[in-house]
Design a protein around this ligand. Structure first.
Ligand SMILES: *[C@@H]1O[C@H](CO)[C@@H](O)[C@H](O)[C@H]1NC(C)=O
Ligand SMILES: *[C@@H]1O[C@H](CO)[C@@H](O)[C@H](O)[C@H]1NC(C)=O
Ligand SMILES: *[C@@H]1O[C@H](CO)[C@@H](O)[C@H](O)[C@H]1NC(C)=O
Ligand SMILES: *[C@@H]1O[C@H](CO)[C@@H](O)[C@H](O)[C@H]1NC(C)=O
Ligand SMILES: *[C@@H]1O[C@H](CO)[C@@H](O)[C@H](O)[C@H]1NC(C)=O
Ligand SMILES: *[C@@H]1O[C@H](CO)[C@@H](O)[C@H](O)[C@H]1NC(C)=O
Ligand SMILES: *[C@@H]1O[C@H](CO)[C@@H](O)[C@H](O)[C@H]1NC(C)=O
Ligand SMILES: *[C@@H]1O[C@H](CO)[C@@H](O)[C@H](O)[C@H]1NC(C)=O
Ligand SMILES: *[C@@H]1O[C@H](CO)[C@@H](O)[C@H](O)[C@H]1NC(C)=O
Length: 644
C-alpha cells in the first residue's frame, strides 16, 4: 500500500504539470484569493446589436427606469424592466463634410442628463457634434458644436460630467490628441479651462461632484487622472496618479489675471501600494465614487495597475482627500501660505487676491500624499487584470449595510466582491462565453442588476441571484449580502430581516443544527453511482467542485486521499484496479468546519472489461463521472507522463 501511495503522489506531481495548461480559467482549489464560485449562465443577454460596436456608453436614469445606450450612429432608450426599446435615435454624421476615413461614422461618446434633457455627443466623422434629444419623438434633435466635449476619435481619452446644468469635460481638440484638459465647457456658468503647465500628458479617468447639503458654495468637483511623472529618476515609474479638485463656484480669475482659468485647481498624489516597501501601483485605471449623505464619508474606489503583474483596489474617503488639500503645504512653495488659502472656494472667484491665485498658478501640487484607508495598504491586490469598477450597497438580513464591488476583467469576466471590513471575499466570477471585451458597466441598484456592455450585446447580471445550494450552510457560506436563508421557505433567497446570514465571516454554525449535513449524507449514501470495474484497468472518479474555497478529499473506507483538481472537477485516480480498490468512495468537501458528501460511488468487480468510449466533457459540473482514464485525451497524456 505504501508503494501505491508513493506512486500515486509521484503521479499527482506529474499530473499537475498537465493540469497547469490553463490555470487562469479555473481558480486553484483552496485559494481564498480566488473566486469562490463560477456559476454558469449568470449573464443574460437583453439586447443584440445588429453590428458589433467598438465603443458604447450608457446613461442610467434611475428615476425613470431607463437606460440610454450609445453606439455607432445611434442612441437607444431601453426600459430596464423589460429591456425593450422605447425609442431609437439615429444620429448619423451631420453636415456636408467629407470624412478623411471611410465609413464616415458618428461614434457616440458622451450621454449626460442636462437640464432635464438628454445631451449626447459623438465623433461625427472627426468633427465632434452634440445633440439635445427631443422629449417628443416627432421633433428632430437640436445640434451644437461638440469640440472639447467629445473626442475626435473614440479611442482617445476623454470624460464628461454634468453638474446642475453645467457640463464639465476633458477631450482633446484634434486627432493628435492636442489640448486635452479638464474644462467647464457648457451651461449656465462661465467656460473655464486649465493652465497649460498644471499637468503633463494626462489621462483622465473619472470625475465626481461631491455635494454638501448645507454648504453648496463649498462644493468641489474632483478629477482623477494619471500623468507623466516629473521625477525622471530611472527607478521611478513613468506615470503617477492624481486627484485634483476645483470649486463648483469657480468662474475663473479677473479680467486682468487668469480670466477663464480655474483659480482653485489644486492636485495631490493618489497613493496605492505599500509605502513601507516603497512599492506602488502607479497607473490609475478606473474609479467609482460611492456617495454618502455625509460628504466626508463618501468613498472613492480606485483600480490601479502596475508595471509588475498585478492590479489593486484602493479605497479613499473624501475626508482623507480633503485633509491633504486643506492641511498640506504646497510643493516647491516655502513662503507663508496666503489667505484665503489657495484652493478655497470664494463665491466670486474674480475677487480672489493675486497672491492666492499665483500659488495656484505656480504651485498647484500638494506636498502631502493621499493615502488609502486600511492602514495605507491596498484593500486588495490581485493577479486578475481589472479594468472597470462599480460598487453597490446592500442591506443584509441583520439590517447592516454592506458594500459589494463589481469588477470587470480584461478577459470579459465580472467578479462580485464583498468588502468584508479590511479584506475582500470574491463571492463569484461570471464565465464569459468568449473572451469578449467589456466596454462599459452600469449599476441599477434599485433593480439589483448590473448592465454590461459587450461589443455584440447588452447583458445584465442579476445581483440578487441566490442559487447557492439547497442547505442553510451552503447559503451562509456564500457570504453574499444579497442572499440569506429563509427558514420559512426553506431556501436561499433575497435578504430579508430575520433570515439566516453571516456576511462578515460566512460561518455556517448559525444554521439550525441537525440539518443538512445529515440529510446530505443520507442522500449520498442512498444513491451512490454504481460502476462495474475490472481488475487491472486504470480508473478515475470525479466530483464537481462547488466551492473553490473548500477543501476536497476522497474517502474509501478508512483511506483518505487527496483530490486532484482538473478545471471544475476534483478527481480520484486509480492507476491499476486491484481487489482493495473495490468499495464505496465518497467525495467530501469541507469549508469553515462544515463538511458534506458531494458525491459517492460504488465500485464493483466485473469480469469482462468494458471498453466504453463515451464523449463527456469534464466541464460538466452537473454530472459527476467515473470511468476508465484512457477515454480522455488529457488523462491519457497524463498517463504517458507517468510512464516516462
Ligand atoms: C469598428 O471598427 C472597425 C475597424 O476600425 C470598423 O471596420 C467597423 O466598421 C467599426 N464598427 C462600427 C460599428 O463602427
Ligand atoms: C417597462 O416595462 C414594464 C414591463 O413591460 C412596464 O410595466 C413599464 O411600464 C415599462 N416602463 C416604461 C417607462 O416604459
Ligand atoms: C507576480 O506573479 C508571480 C508569478 O505568477 C507571483 O509569484 C507573484 O507573487 C506576483 N506578484 C505579486 C506582487 O502578486
Ligand atoms: C472627515 O474625515 C477625516 C479623515 O477621515 C477626519 O479626520 C475628520 O475628522 C472627518 N470630519 C468630519 C467632520 O467628520
Ligand atoms: C525657499 O525656496 C527657495 C528656492 O527653492 C530657496 O532658495 C530658499 O532657500 C528656500 N527658503 C527656505 C526658507 O527654505
Ligand atoms: C490589462 O488590461 C488593459 C486593458 O485592456 C490592457 O491595456 C493591459 O495591457 C492589460 N494588462 C496586462 C498585464 O495584461
Ligand atoms: C454490473 O454488473 C451486474 C452483474 O454483474 C449487472 O447486473 C449490472 O447491470 C452491471 N451494471 C452496470 C452499470 O453495468
Ligand atoms: C496491474 O496490476 C497487475 C497485477 O499486479 C499487473 O499484472 C499489471 O501489469 C498491472 N497493469 C499495469 C497497466 O500496470
Ligand atoms: C452536461 O450534463 C447534462 C445532464 O446529463 C447534459 O444534458 C449535457 O449535455 C451535458 N453538457 C455537456 C457540455 O457535456
Amino acid at each position: 500500500m505504501e508503494m501505491f501511495i508513493l506512486v500515486y503522489i509521484c503521479f499527482a506531481v506529474k499530473f499537475n504539470l498537465v493540469l497547469s495548461l490553463s490555470p487562469e480559467d479555473y481558480p486553484t482549489l483552496g485559494s481564498k484569493k480566488a473566486p469562490r464560485l463560477l456559476p454558469k449562465n449568470i449573464l443574460k443577454t437583453v439586447f443584440d446589436y445588429q453590428e458589433a460596436q467598438n465603443y458604447t456608453v450608457f446613461l442610467y436614469k434611475q428615476d425613470h427606469g431607463e437606460v440610454y445606450a450609445g453606439g455607432t450612429n445611434f442612441v437607444l432608450r431601453l426600459n430596464t424592466t423589460s429591456f425593450q426599446i422605447i425609442e431609437k435615435h439615429d444620429l448619423n454624421t451631420t453636415g456636408s463634410l467629407e470624412c478623411e476615413e471611410d465609413p464616415c461614422q458618428n461614434v457616440i461618446t458622451v450621454i449626460e442628463e442636462l437640464n432635464d434633457g438628454v445631451f449626447v455627443c459623438g465623433t461625427n466623422g472627426h468633427r465632434p457634434q452634440c445633440w439635445t434629444l427631443p422629449s417628443s419623438p416627432n421633433s428632430s434633435p437640436q445640434s451644437s458644436d461638440g469640440s472639447e466635449i467629445s473626442p475626435v476619435l473614440y479611442s482617445q481619452n476623454f470624460l464628461s460630467l454634468a453638474v446642475e446644468g453645467d457640463l464639465y469635460a476633458a477631450a482633446p481638440f484634434d486627432r493628435n490628441g492636442r489640448s486635452l484638459q479638464f474644462r467647464r465647457t457648457a451651461g449656465r456658468r462661465t467656460r473655464v479651462s486649465m493652465y497649460n503647465n498644471w499637468v503633463s500628458e494626462p489621462t483622465f479617468i473619472g470625475s465626481s461632484w461631491v455635494k454638501r447639503e448645507n454648504d453648496p458654495d463649498n462644493e468641489k468637483i474632483y478629477v482623477f487622472f494619471r500623468e507623466k511623472n516629473s521625477d525622471t529618476n530611472p527607478e521611478a515609474d513613468h506615470w503617477i496618479s492624481r486627484v485634483a479638485r476645483v470649486c463648483k463656484v469657480d468662474e475663473g480669475g479677473s479680467k486682468r489675471f487668469f480670466q477663464n482659468m480655474w483659480t482653485t485647481f489644486i492636485k495631490a498624489r493618489l497613493v496605492c501600494g505599500f509605502p513601507e516597501e516603497s512599492l506602488y501601483l502607479n497607473r490609475l485605471q478606473d474609479i467609482y465614487v460611492l456617495h454618502d449623505r455625509n460628504w466626508n464619508n463618501t468613498r472613492v474606489y480606485a483600480i490601479f495597475t502596475s508595471n509588475w503583474n498585478s492590479t489593486a483596489v484602493c479605497i479613499y474617503t473624501i475626508g482623507m482627500i480633503e485633509d491633504v488639500f486643506e492641511k498640506s503645504t504646497f510643493k516647491g512653495y516655502n513662503k507663508t501660505i496666503p489667505t484665503p488659502r489657495p484652493g478655497h472656494c470664494i463665491k466670486n472667484s474674480r475677487t480672489i487676491p493675486l497672491a492666492t491665485v499665483s500659488v495656484v498658478k505656480d504651485h498647484p501640487e500638494m506636498a502631502g500624499w493621499v493615502h488609502s484607508v486600511h492602514y495605507n495598504t491596498p484593500f486588495y491586490v490581485s493577479s486578475y487584470n481589472y479594468t472597470k469598477i462599480t460598487v453597490d450597497q446592500v442591506r443584509g438580513a441583520d439590517n447592516s449595510v454592506y458594500n459589494v464591488l463589481l469588477l470587470a476583467t480584461d478577459s470579459g469576466k465580472i467578479h462580485k466582491v464583498l468588502e468584508a471590513g479590511p479584506k475582500p471575499v470574491i463571492i463569484l466570477e461570471t464565465q464569459p462565453l468568449s473572451r469578449s471585451t467589456i466596454l462599459s458597466i452600469k449599476l441599477d441598484s434599485k433593480k439589483r442588476k448590473l448592465v454590461v456592455g459587450f461589443p455584440d450585446s447588452i447583458k445584465t447580471m442579476d445581483l440578487q441571484r441566490c442559487e447557492y445550494g439547497s442547505s442553510c450552510q451552503d447559503c451562509v457560506l456564500a457570504q453574499d449580502p444579497y442572499c440569506s436563508w429563509s427558514t420559512d421557505m426553506f431556501q436561499c433567497t433575497a435578504s430579508a430581516l430575520g433570515n439566516i446570514q453571516n456576511v462578515m465571516t460566512g460561518n455556517p454554525n448559525i444554521c439550525p443544527s441537525r440539518d443538512s449535513k445529515l440529510r446530505h449524507r443520507r442522500e449520498a449514501q442512498t444513491s451512490p453511482f454504481a460502476h462495474n470495474v475490472s481488475l487491472g484497468v486504470p480508473f478515475y472518479l470525479s466530483c464537481p467542485v462547488d466551492s473553490y474555497h473548500a477543501e476536497y478529499r476522497w474517502k474509501n473506507g478508512h483511506h483518505h486521499s487527496p483530490c486532484l483538481q482538473m478545471r471544475s472537477q476534483c478527481l480520484h485516480l486509480i492507476p491499476n484496479m486491484t481487489q482493495d480498490d473495490y468499495g464505496t468512495y465518497e467525495c467530501e468537501s469541507q469549508e469553515q468546519g462544515y463538511s458534506k458528501v458531494v458525491t459517492a460511488y460504488l465500485l464493483k468487480a466485473q469480469d469482462i472489461p468494458e471498453p466504453r468510449m463515451e464523449e463527456h466533457s469534464l466541464n460538466n459540473a452537473s454530472q459527476p463521472v467515473a470511468r476508465p482514464w484512457l477515454t480522455l485525451g488529457l488523462l491519457s497524456a497524463a498517463l504517458q507522463l507517468w510512464h516516462l
